[in-house]
Design a protein around this ligand. Structure first.
Ligand SMILES: NC(=O)c1ccc[n+]([C@@H]2O[C@H](COP(=O)([O-])OP(=O)(O)OC[C@H]3O[C@@H](n4cnc5c(N)ncnc54)[C@H](OP(=O)(O)O)[C@@H]3O)[C@@H](O)[C@H]2O)c1
Length: 246
């Protein structure tokens, strides 16, 4: 494993009990970080990580995570907001109001709140790195997912602006946008999407010939968190096997 400069760093990862979040936690631990992760259900987190049960859709959930981070880690150097997702609907006009609220809360506002709680410490120490997980499927903006696409698009715009604000303090903010990745959430969402049409889901093949593995996404996250990305901020990496060229 390359020397990421991550050994000894204190990291918070949302949604680390499975899928992409669990791969990020596992790779951070292997690189020598101390990790606190979180989910709504009671874990389990990958072995070696600390865990706090919290729902990032609420302000109280973000506060619970920030308090646990202070207690367990004594401060945060690396923040990865990974928890996210949304359920597809047959028409954009039929997405219920509460699902719009949920999509905006988990995909956008959770990042905004956690950053507000945890980035000031990074700014004071003049060091820190934040990665927000977006999606490569923003373009085309698939109608069954407009609540999700709108929230992730806003997350990317917000991340770029925050990167500009925090850059003078040496704190970096970047996004990683996964394509089709083999996770419990990703597989379930594509099954729900397929069930909306009698013909099933007719997506073109992934140019690199396979769906992503959670480690494919975690590799990009670790790179952006690492010293090797010291001159990268306000940037976005699409990790999608070539499906959505930017
Ligand atoms: N997999 C894909 O194909 C794909 C493609 C593009 C983008 N992404 C993005 O990648 C990220 C991870 O996706 P994934 O496929 O790994 O998802 P996943 O398999 O569903 O795992 C989601 C993780 O987040 C936690 N979580 C969900 N809602 C939460 C909440 N409100 N509060 C706290 N924790 C919560 C889950 O635990 P609990 O359920 O117990 O809370 C779980 O640990 C998401 O932001 C997603 O939008 C995924």
């Amino acid at each position: 494993m390359p020397d990421y400069g991550i050994a000894g760093k204190r990291a918070v990862v949302t949604g680390g009990s499975r899928g992409i979040g669990a791969a990020i936690v596992t790779q951070l631990l292997a690189a020598g970080a101390t990790v606190l992760t979180t989910a709504r259900s009671a874990g389990p987190a990958p072995e070696g990580a600390s865990f706090v049960q919290a729902d990032v859709r609420t302000r109280a959930g973000a506060q619970t995570i920030a308090s646990a981070a202070q207690e367990v880690l004594g401060g945060v150097d690396l923040l990865i907001h990974n928890a996210g997702g949304a359920r597809p609907h047959p028409s954009a006009l039929e997405i219920p109001d509460d699902e719009w609220q949920d999509a905006l809360s988990v995909n956008l506002l959770a990042a905004v709140r956690l950053d507000a709680l945890l980035a000031p410490g990074m700014r004071e120490r003049r060091s820190g790195s934040i990665v927000h997980i977006s999606t490569a499927a923003i373009r085309p903006p698939f109608p069954p997912f407009l609540h999700y696409v709108a929230a992730k698009t806003a997350l990317e715009a917000y991340s770029q602006g925050l990167a500009a604000e925090l850059a003078p303090a040496g704190v970096r903010v970047n996004t990683v946008s996964p394509g089709r990745t083999a996770t419990p959430g990703g597989v379930a969402t594509r099954e729900q999407w397929a069930s909306l049409s009698s013909g099933g889901l007719d997506l073109p093949g992934v140019p690199l010939g396979r769906d992503g593995d959670p480690d494919d996404i975690a590799n990009a996250v670790l790179f952006l968190l690492s010293d090797q990305a010291n001159w990268l901020t306000g940037s976005g990496l699409a990790v999608d096997g070539g499906e959505y060229p930017r």
